[in-house]
Write a protein that binds this ligand. Structure first.
Ligand code: URA
Length: 417
């Protein structure tokens, strides 16, 4: 077997065998297959797709490319993952609430991908927070405080780690076989037996149409079934950014403010209650969706979710003085207002445009090795449906480069009708 034949086979729209998929995953993980060969095959998969059998084989090969954790000592672990979005800080808010309700949270998250943000980049905005911990420490952390959020730094699904960052830099993110195998391989490797997946849908998601979101959900549910993991997919809207902020530090601050009970944007409320209630039902901690939603909102408003977040950060080496006083986080050099150019109602705040501009400002990566700028991004005071007056401040651009900030302000960020 050789990689050139495998690339040619997929390029010519043929089905790959289990052995060919395993050969590729092993060869790429071990460095025998180069980035440029992997890029060619990934692009061929992106263009020509894979059938369900190929996707399952790819998922399992990636899941078993490294260690597979056994979390049975922790009890019923229900994991959560999102297919990605703009301003998506849901994990930071929801998972501490879930842990505060007595469900162990042992979650491996990802970095930013394409125009979407990543939980690990956000957590690493908290000085000292260590996303790279050994397996026994990861499990001990969950035993000690009920929650640990880490990056893909253990030897868990290393094939996905390499393919994920490769896809990010060759425009191969929006693909059902590649997303389904990426997410499900991580979930299988990280050991949870029940999974809730937020399948985002809209301009700021990888799935732009409801049909494609439903298909991705169907494929992931099927893989979960085959891997003996009960998987529930919830489709959520991603046409405008989630909440009010986009960018690593800015989103961490918003998550903390929400956990502190300062405010709760309607879209964040809907997503945390929708996903969280399904997690509670899967964990056997509630009998109905309504009861479960009530429990989520109760532990948000009584501060138990916030307390759990503080414990998480402290236990993971983070400096909690930043959580107690978010003014301590570093700020972008230029914070410039976005001004309404007319009176009316906001018709659009396009998540894709905002996601791409955030990457342009430095919040995401253009190349695999790029460093990100943690401070940059956007804060939006106004969202779709809000009434605005000409001259009113709609939000702010946070940038470290004044030219870029002005360039971004020159773009139609809001559509007012
Ligand atoms: N999240 C992942 O883990 N992988 C993807 O491909 C997309 C979102």
């Amino acid at each position: 077997m050789n990689i050139l034949d495998i690339i040619a086979k997929k390029r010519d729209k043929n089905e790959l065998t289990k052995e060919e998929i395993e050969y590729f995953v092993k060869g790429y993980t071990e460095g025998m297959i180069t980035d440029y060969q992997a890029s060619a095959l990934v692009m061929a998969i992106y263009i020509n797709g894979m059938n369900e059998r190929e996707i399952t084989d790819l998922t399992l090969a990636m899941a078993y490319s490294g260690d597979v954790l056994d979390l049975s000592s922790l009890g019923e672990v229900v994991d959560k993952h999102s297919t990605g979005g703009v301003g998506d800080k849901i994990t930071l808010i929801l998972m501490p609430i879930i842990a505060s309700l007595g469900i162990p949270v042992a979650k491996m998250s990802g970095r930013g991908l394409g125009f979407t943000g990543g939980t690990i980049d956000k957590l690493e905005s908290i000085p000292g927070y260590n996303t790279n911990v050994p397996v026994d420490k990861f499990i001990d952390n969950v035993k000690k405080v009920g929650i640990s959020l880490i990056g893909q730094t253990l030897n868990l699904a290393p094939a996905d780690k390499k393919l994920y960052s490769l896809r990010d830099t060759i425009s191969c993110t929006e693909s059902i076989p590649l997303i389904a195998s990426s997410i499900m391989s991580k979930k299988i490797a990280s050991g949870a037996n029940k999974i809730v997946i937020d399948v985002t849908c809209g301009s700021g998601a990888f799935m732009k149409s409801i049909e494609s979101a439903k298909e991705l959900a169907r494929v992931m549910t099927k893989i979960g079934e085959l891997a003996n993991k009960e998987t529930k997919c919830i489709i959520t809207d991603m046409n405008q950014p989630v909440g009010h902020s986009v960018g690593n530090i800015l989103e961490v601050i918003e998550a903390i403010d929400i956990l502190k009970g300062k405010y709760l944007p309607e879209d964040v409320k809907n997503i945390i209650t929708e996903l969280g209630s399904n997690m509670l039902i899967l964990a056997g901690k509630a009998n109905s969706i309504e009861e479960a939603k009530g429990k989520i909102l109760e532990n948000l408003s009584n501060g138990k979710g916030y307390d759990k977040f503080v414990q998480l950060v402290q236990n993971q080496g983070g400096d909690i003085s930043y959580i107690e006083n978010t003014d301590k986080f570093s700020k972008a050099k230029f914070i410039l207002p976005i001004i309404a150019d007319k009176t009316g109602i906001i018709d659009k705040l396009d998540a894709l445009t905002i996601g791409k501009l955030s990457v342009y400002l430095g919040a995401g990566r253009m190349k695999k090795e790029d460093d990100i700028q943690k401070e940059v991004g956007f804060v939006f005071n106004k969202k779709v449906g809000d009434k605005v007056q000409k001259g009113e401040t709609l939000g702010y651009v946070h940038a470290n480069d004044e030219r870029k900030a002005n360039e971004v302000l020159g773009m139609p960020l809001y559509d007012i009708k």
